[in-house]
Design a protein around this ligand. Structure first.
Ligand SMILES: Nc1nc2c(ncn2[C@@H]2O[C@H](COP(=O)(O)OP(=O)(O)OP(=O)(O)O)[C@@H](O)[C@H]2O)c(=O)[nH]1
Ligand SMILES: [Mg+2]
Length: 457
């Protein structure tokens, strides 16, 4: 991945209206492209600025466009490690577009998605883990998610990977020294201490791999689907958990057709709660689409709330949904709803097949905190570690780590073979680890990662 030396600019605040908005520039002409338009209130020459903020007017063709604050940060002490100028104007499309259009007149190019962060990475100010953590910070919806992202941004995960690599590089030197010796000497050269050190790294890598599931949960949130036959109170439960009348509730079976999704926080974990159509055979064209959507949503979920109406006996439909849920392999929390009514449902034969049974009334909000606790327990099972080692949060990190682990295991199986083989396995392991921090990541993967960022970041 090469860098073109252009100066780039973009609106770095989100679209829409706000008190302020920011146009950011980075590159060698960032300052020079700002000077022609900025008139400082105290007649200061912008060329002398560094890490200061000045107030003044943004002028275009003799007219005042907006009142602005101009913030200059010279490289390498800036976000991108290049000269950066941030122009704070009023946060509407009018002023923002006008400021952006002015600097583009100076030959500045519009930034691509994630290009500011990409430059920080290319200029060696941050590694790939830290670059991705920037995005995780922006997207974090819970404090726990933010904490994990902040730890990664501070370099916790990078440090852990670095320690693995250092130890493996030492081991590699020892293995390579063995290449020149006859095979008979191998047992002396591949010492127990060397094997121990490799084993230690392997265990560390495995422990880190175990954080992937928790990392994904904190980053993306867990997807929890509320499934059941029509009219059992799924939408009522959805609303009760949201504490908001978000979904339509009626006594008609088949009310919900679309998939409704809202984010709630359960013990620090973001949960994407999904209300779907009641699953049943139907001739209604619209409802049929809803039922198909419901099935797809179930197949993509992490956990299912299986809601039944406990004031009624279990229907054939209930059991067939249960069968489907079991086949999907999801952890199932059985929710016995309508606890405020006389109870009918006999669940004796099924209660051992679900991870938890919770009795609630969505109508009068009873049993909800127990239900939330049960969900947290399922989600956090073995994974409530926001560990000191950092967490793996992304699929490509997990994939690289898995390949690294496999290479080490292959290396260990080659202890009695030729050191050349061991050396190849070691190179594979080192390169897999380097893909996480960006040292050995192929360009197309890097391009893909930064392209998923937003413009202006
Ligand atoms: N007594 C009682 N009634 C409830 C409870 N929860 C829901 N209901 C009622 O049950 C009916 C159906 O509720 P919904 O929440 O629309 O049920 P649903 O499962 O979403 O139904 P569909 O969208 O048609 O699949 C409504 O009349 C609710 O008021 C409850 O805990 N107790
Ligand atoms: Mg509904």
């Amino acid at each position: 991945m090469h860098q073109d030396g252009d100066t780039i600019a973009a609106i770095s605040t989100p679209p829409g209206e706000g008190g302020i908005g920011i146009v950011r520039l980075s590159g060698p002409t960032a300052l020079a492209s700002t000077t022609p338009y900025f008139v400082s209130a105290t007649q200061r020459d912008i060329a002398s600025f560094d890490r200061q903020v000045y107030f003044g007017d943004w002028m275009h063709e003799g007219e005042v466009v907006d009142e602005v604050l101009v913030h200059v940060m010279r490289g390498p002490h800036s976000y991108t490690a290049e000269d950066v100028v941030e122009i704070n104007c009023h946060g509407g499309q009018g002023p923002l577009n006008a400021v952006l259009a002015s600097v583009l007149e100076q030959g500045v190019r519009l930034a691509g998605p994630g290009e500011f962060t990409q430059r920080a990475f290319m200029n060696g100010r941050i590694d790939l883990v830290q670059a991705e953590a920037v995005m995780d910070r922006i997207q974090a919806v819970t404090r726990a998610g933010l904490k994990a992202a902040s730890a990664a941004a501070r370099g916790q995960l990078s440090k852990t990977i670095h320690v693995f690599r250092e130890e493996l590089i030492l081991a590699k030197a020892q293995i390579e020294a063995a290449v020149d010796f006859p095979d008979d000497d191998l047992p002396e050269l591949i010492t127990p201490a060397l094997k121990e050190s490799i084993q230690r790294v392997l265990e560390g890598m495995r422990a880190l791999y175990e954080t992937a599931e928790a990392g994904r949960l904190y980053r993306e949130g867990a997807s929890v689907v509320i499934a059941g036959r029509p009219n059992v109170g799924k939408s009522s439960l959805f609303n009760a958990l949201l504490r908001d009348a978000r979904a339509i509730v009626t006594h008609h079976a088949g009310t919900t057709r679309d998939v409704l999704e809202e984010i709630i926080t359960i013990e620090g974990i973001p949960v994407r709660l999904k209300d779907v159509a009641g699953i049943r055979d139907t001739e209604d064209e619209v409802e049929k689409i809803g039922v198909d959507l419901a099935r797809t949503t179930v197949s993509e979920a992490d956990v299912a709330f299986w809601v039944v109406d406990s004031s009624d006996s279990l229907h054939e439909e209930d059991l067939s949904i249960f069968q489907d849920l079991k086949e999907s392999g999801l952890p199932i929390i059985l929710v016995l709803n309508k606890a405020d009514l006389p109870q009918q449902a006999d669940i004796a034969s099924i209660q051992d097949e679900v991870v938890s049974v919770q009795t609630v009334s969505a109508l009068n909000n009873s049993g909800l905190s127990d239900l939330e606790r049960a969900l947290a327990q399922v989600l956090k099972k073995d994974k409530d570690i926001v560990s000191d080692q950092g967490m793996i949060t992304r699929v490509h990190q997990k994939d690289s780590l898995r390949r690294g682990i496999e290479s080490i295991i292959r290396l260990q199986s080659n202890y009695d073979e030729s050191p050349e083989f061991m050396s190849i396995d070691m190179d594979d392991a080192l390169s897999a680890l380097g893909e996480i921090t960006g040292e050995t990541t192929p360009d197309e993967v890097l391009g893909h990662i930064f392209n998923s960022f937003c413009i202006g970041k």
